[in-house]
Design a protein around this ligand. Sequence first.
Ligand SMILES: Nc1ncnc2c1ncn2[C@@H]1O[C@H](COP(=O)(O)OP(=O)(O)OP(=O)(O)O)[C@@H](O)[C@H]1O
Ligand SMILES: [Mg+2]
Length: 261
Amino acid sequence: MSGVSVTKETDDARPASGDLVVLSNVNKHFGALHVLQDIDLTIARGEVVVVIGPSGSGKSTLCRAINRLEPIDSGSISLDGKPLPAEGKELARLRADVGMVFQSFNLFAHKTVLENVTLGQIKVRKKDKALADEFARTLLDRVGVANQADKYPAQLSGGQQQRVAIARALAMEPKVMLFDEPTSALDPEMINEVLEVMQQLARDGMTMVVVTHEMGFARSAANRVVFMADGQIVEEATPEQFFTNPRSDRAKDFLSKILHH
Ligand SMILES: Nc1ncnc2c1ncn2[C@@H]1O[C@H](COP(=O)(O)OP(=O)(O)OP(=O)(O)O)[C@@H](O)[C@H]1O
Ligand SMILES: [Mg+2]
């Protein structure tokens, strides 16, 4: 695991080779709405960054910009030292390198669980089917759904589907995993089984950007908390610092709302 990044000011001290995702002066508008404002964010290899903030602050847009589901208006985003590609095969490869897990499970409904996890390996990574099957079964085992391989997504619980979605993203051997509120559509009893898979992934050294309101996860898994409000990064700190001693009024206000309901 990389060193804990404390504040923005320390980013420059990290070795360049340790930086995996670098957003530099990123701006994005939706019409008149300035949804990402001068975003500077560097994510080190192996780092787990939790992004929190009020609804509409731009958290999902930030995630979507990192795998170019949303093009940006200005600034730059690089992955592993290279600017994000705009189109074609390079873009497909980027989407594989940047695994994404959304709030809604987004599995292919007409494919089995196993096929969901082998498809990208065969189509994008050009693996042969036997190898893809073998790796898929290993990953399904790792997320605890090996015995569901031949079922269809609708036959699984929400928590199981979300774990399959994680396995499907991992099957591409991504450089970074983005999670956008992966547990917020789940029934309470299924939240932990998904968070535990994510905890394990973090312990295994995966670089992760996680949008979540699960403060327990943030406290135990995150190296850094990034607090967004109104399209800006308002505050960055270790979870310990952020939860015990938030500096900005916006963060204090937000925390008092989510911790007391
Ligand atoms: N495709 C779009 N077209 C126009 N406006 C959009 C689009 N996507 C998002 N927005 C607006 O941009 C702002 C930021 O949206 P975003 O989804 O990034 O926020 P968020 O922080 O993820 O919020 P939430 O916590 O509710 O998921 C919101 O005001 C939203 O309505
Ligand atoms: Mg969102």
